[in-house]
Design a protein around this ligand. Structure first.
Ligand SMILES: NC(=O)c1ccc[n+]([C@@H]2O[C@H](COP(=O)([O-])OP(=O)(O)OC[C@H]3O[C@@H](n4cnc5c(N)ncnc54)[C@H](OP(=O)(O)O)[C@@H]3O)[C@@H](O)[C@H]2O)c1
Length: 342
């Protein structure tokens, strides 16, 4: 049975699925723009409470995903992980096969490249529809301030048509100019690697500063003066101030493990080496195992405080049984290579 398209006057009927930390802020900015043009968007979220918040901003709340598909010819999705994206697109692709109107799907979540290709290919069975993969950079505070960085991939005509909408949510747009939607996911993972790599570096340096009795506030001043990039200044402040307030979660440890897991898999598949990501992954995993998966991922610094070099840990565990020679061997293992004067 064909889903009936609502006969609205406006040409663009925007739908939004996923109102989490990112989705809510992005949808809110887009809704504000649409309202200024006497348009409105239709939203759906698994937890209906979040949709109610959007209703206060003038959005229409869909009764179901089917309802949203019937009312929209542009559908944005912002979902936690690959499993959620796959689950929702199963439904969307099925419904898209039943409608007469064409729909442009704009998937913004961070997912593994192969999944984007799979979704695009599955949707291509109904050729009137279009699939764009448009991952985003920036924390929820930047999403709120409409200062995200958007990355576009997919059909160029559709991207041009929606560009104005993208600009209502972002400070800059990087057009990859490719119909290969997997590339945008790989691009996103490379970009996120730079972020998590920065965090790993900061966590290690700030831990060294603390252990060596170097004043942390002075280190923050140095970072501000020497590395005045938002990722350096904001994450170092968060780490020193140890913000574990549940309300101050921009990007959770759980989501971090997903992204870092994806970049490690991509590295493995392409023959690249990503040792920094391996370190960061382990530091995030320690937090998850402690039941702290909901915390902001900058709390990975606390994993460094408990991690001790393997050789010294083994030394303390076996101290009752080690000889003086073993002790010296262990100490040698711990020592960094001697500095060779030229
Ligand atoms: N946070 C960041 O700094 C950031 C930055 C760039 C990109 N991203 C990416 O953007 C995406 C969204 O991130 P976020 O921070 O907004 O995550 P979030 O706050 O955890 O929100 C996740 C959204 O996915 C929905 N969801 C999860 N599982 C679902 C399922 N099985 N079925 C239907 N809906 C489901 C949630 O619905 P409920 O409300 O019902 O739970 C919520 O709307 C992720 O892919 C993330 O990696 C995040």
């Amino acid at each position: 049975m064909k889903v009936q398209l609502f006969q609205l006057k406006q040409q663009d009927r925007v739908g939004w699925i996923g109102l989490g930390e990112m989705g809510y802020n992005m949808a809110n900015n887009l809704q504000r723009y649409l309202a200024s043009r006497s348009l409105t968007m239709t939203v759906w979220n698994r937890n209906p409470e979040k949709s109610k918040k959007m209703h206060h901003h003038g959005a229409h709340v869909a009764k179901s995903i089917e309802d949203l598909v019937a009312q929209s010819n542009i559908i944005f999705t912002s979902l936690a992980n690959d499993a959620a994206v796959e689950e929702i697109y199963e439904i969307l692709i099925d419904l898209a096969g039943q409608v007469d109107h064409s729909i442009i799907f704009v998937e913004t979540s961070t997912i593994y490249p192969a999944l984007a290709t799979k979704l695009k290919e599955r949707l291509a069975v109904t050729p009137q529809h279009t699939y764009l993969q448009c991952p985003i950079f920036g924390r929820p505070s930047l999403a709120k301030a409409a200062k995200l960085i958007w990355v576009t991939s997919g059909d160029e005509k559709a991207i041009k048509k929606l560009c104005l909408y993208f600009t209502t949510m972002s400070k800059s747009i990087i057009h990859l100019k490719t119909t290969d939607v997997a590339r945008a996911c790989s691009f996103k993972l490379v970009g996120t690697f730079f972020v998590v790599g920065t965090m790993e570096l900061l966590a290690e340096g700030l831990t060294l500063a603390e252990k060596a009795d170097v004043d942390q506030e002075s280190v923050l001043k140095f970072i501000e003066a020497f590395f005045p990039a938002p990722s350096w200044t904001e994450y170092s402040k968060k780490m020193v101030q140890r913000t574990t307030n549940p309300k101050d979660v921009g990007f959770s440890v759980e989501l971090g493990l997903k992204d870092v897991g994806h970049m490690r898999q991509l590295a493995q598949e392409t023959g690249a080496s990503l040792p920094t990501a391996d370190l960061a992954y382990n530091h995030l995993l320690i937090l998850k195992e402690q039941g702290k998966g909901h915390q902001d991922w900058s709390s990975m610094i606390s994993s460094l405080k408990i991690s001790t070099p393997t050789s010294s840990r083994r030394h303390s565990e076996e101290s009752d049984h080690t000889s003086v020679d073993d002790d010296l061997e262990d100490k040698k293992e711990c020592r960094p290579p001697a500095y060779e004067a030229s």
